[in-house]
Design a protein around this ligand. Structure first.
Ligand code: AMP
Length: 305
């Protein structure tokens, strides 16, 4: 099934307690599209880069079979983000966000993209998310991600996006900010009233929660031995989740729960190296093995007294 993503393709500068990297490949749509291509090539990418964007990154997308008809290269500088992680490698401070070429980007979808069935509006200006959505004829599933930057700066446009969204991905801070409620169950119920019938709350190393008509489901974060750089874990989770659903083309409640586990498995690989580096060598069978390990991690016999 066809899968489309609009989001940032970025050059990130990241500081962790033990190392730092400057101008490495990042961006919500980069993580999403490379991860998704594990389950099949042809993910449709809508984004913009500047003339300073290294050709080797384009080559990585191409190698993975990402459809680049919707990736524009224009005059100017590529979107840049920089952040610093706290010693727990969970908390993070954004040091700088430079929209650069995204400031004037007006996406015009290639005709071949307008029939996309699965659509992911990755973290980017909600105005751009809306422009992309309006060009897609009849999507089967629309999912969206956002962050405090847009909740604070573009709330009206974001509310319009949410009205057309089936699945929203946010972290616990964002769901609280959007709803004005502290308790996560109450906050989730309030956000689901804004449009998305399914809500995924990402909680870093505490895993992720799915709130939907079937109830509440929890996917733990896989306990990995080495955490190098958590940047992109959320976008990788979403990439795993959406590509799994598009792959099985099943929107039943059990498929959504399996998508949570597949997404959590993928995200656990993301943190094992800087940037998208862990995905350069990742194979499908490694992901499957981790999905099976999840089952062992959470399976127990019925408690009886
Ligand atoms: P995550 O760690 O999953 O939240 O994703 C981090 C990625 O999102 C980084 O690679 C950044 O380039 C990108 N990013 C950070 N802030 C923004 C923003 N305001 N709009 C779009 N992308 C962003």
């Amino acid at each position: 099934m066809s899968l489309l993503v609009v989001g940032s393709v970025a050059l990130d500068s990241v500081e962790t307690p033990s190392a730092a990297r400057t101008d490495v490949l990042g961006g919500s749509a980069s993580f999403f599209s490379v991860v998704s291509s594990l389950l099949g090539p042809g993910v449709r990418l809508v984004a913009v880069v500047g003339e300073d964007f290294p050709e080797e990154h384009v080559a990585l997308f191409r190698e993975r079979g990402v459809d680049l008809a919707g990736l524009e290269r224009v005059a100017g500088r590529t979107f840049r983000w920089s952040g610093r992680y706290l010693p727990d490698l969970v908390g993070r401070e954004t040091l700088d966000t430079q929209l650069n070429v995204f400031e004037t980007f007006r996406p015009k979808l290639p005709e071949s993209y307008t029939d996309s069935s699965y659509v992911f509006l990755a973290n980017i200006d909600p105005g751009l998310q809306l422009q992309v959505l309006s060009q897609i004829r009849k999507p089967r599933l629309v999912a969206c991600d956002t962050m405090n930057f847009w909740i604070t700066g573009q709330l009206e446009a974001l509310r319009r996006v949410l009205r057309s969204t089936d699945v929203l991905f946010v972290n616990d801070e964002e769901v609280r900010q959007l709803s004005g409620r502290h308790n996560l169950v109450h906050a989730a119920a309030a956000v689901r009233e804004l449009g998305p019938r399914k809500l995924v709350v990402k909680r870093g190393d505490a895993g992720a929660l799915l709130f939907d008509e079937a109830g509440i489901f929890w996917a733990p974060a896989f306990p990995v031995e080495t955490i190098i750089d958590p940047t992109g874990a959320g976008d990788s989770f979403a990439g795993g989740f959406m590509s799994y659903l598009a792959h099985v083309d099943d929107l039943g409640p059990a498929a959504f729960r399996r998508a949570m586990i597949y997404g959590a498995a993928i995200a656990s690989f993301c943190v094992e190296d800087f940037s998208l580096d862990r995905f350069r060598s990742l194979q499908r069978d490694e992901v499957l093995r981790r999905c099976h390990a999840f089952r062992d991690l959470t399976r127990f016999e019925e408690v009886t007294l």
